[in-house]
Design a protein around this ligand. Structure first.
Ligand SMILES: Nc1ncnc2c1ncn2[C@@H]1O[C@H](COP(=O)(O)OP(=O)(O)OP(=O)(O)O)[C@@H](O)[C@H]1O
Length: 211
């Protein structure tokens, strides 16, 4: 289990006030709550993109809150996916491997494994700009995973996909997370994500987590 303590931040009209919260260090924790409840703000604080003095995040013996963003080694997929449009699917993933300084001797094998797991074979050499929403999402997840993250963070991962693809995509992502044995935090307002994905669910309302 990993523990977040004193996640408190005052935005004026809105306050985050989370004295203690447990995120699984195996399986999927889903943070579920309505729009405006504070999910994205928490996500940004956990990533170290926003400061939160006094916060502690105990994760397998390390206080991640004391580390800078790259040293936290979190694999992140934002709702916007943020792929490089002019690079191919494969180049997008390899770029992340270089940026995260993954050992060169491992990269080719991991690329092959992730291509198979994320079912990317048919579009690996296509530019990201021409990929469908579902394909882009698979590339974004492979890109996050190749950096050998401690934890995968997914922000509303299925909301941009159409209904039919969402179900298929949930099952694929859930299976890959289990297979990779990397814990994940999924932030969502969609109750179906909770049903399919969650090993633990935390509800957030008005900046407070009701466990
Ligand atoms: N930098 C900021 N300054 C002022 N208010 C902010 C700031 N960041 C977030 N907020 C406010 O905090 C509240 C929570 O926003 P947040 O984006 O975390 O919610 P959310 O649960 O992710 O919502 P959604 O599902 O719609 O993305 C909102 O009322 C937002 O306007």
């Amino acid at each position: 289990m990993s523990y977040v303590e004193n996640l408190r931040r005052d935005y004026g009209d809105f306050k985050l006030d989370i004295p203690h919260w447990e995120i699984l260090d195996q399986g999927v924790t889903v943070l579920w709550g309505p729009s405006g409840s504070g999910k994205t703000s928490i996500f940004r604080i956990l990533l170290g993109l926003e400061t939160c003095p006094g916060m502690k995040w105990e994760f397998q013996g390390v206080d991640l809150a004391k580390l800078k963003t790259p040293e936290r080694r979190l694999g992140v997929v934002f709702q916007t996916l943020d792929l490089f449009p002019h690079l191919s699917a494969k180049e997008n993933v390899l770029f992340a491997a270089r940026a995260r300084k993954v050992d060169e001797s491992k990269v080719a094998r991991r690329m092959k494994e992730l291509t198979a797991k994320m079912q990317m074979d048919s579009f690996l050499d296509r530019k990201a700009s021409v990929l469908s929403g579902g394909e882009k999402q698979r590339v974004a997840i492979a890109r996050a995973l190749i950096g050998e993250p401690r934890l995968l963070l997914l922000d509303e991962p299925f909301s941009a996909l159409d209904q039919e693809l969402r179900e298929e995509s949930r099952r694929l992502v859930k299976a890959v997370i289990a297979d990779e044995k990397i814990p994940a935090l999924v932030v969502t307002h969609d109750h179906r994500d909770v049903e399919v994905m969650a090993n633990k669910v935390s509800n957030i309302r008005n900046g407070q987590i009701e466990v």
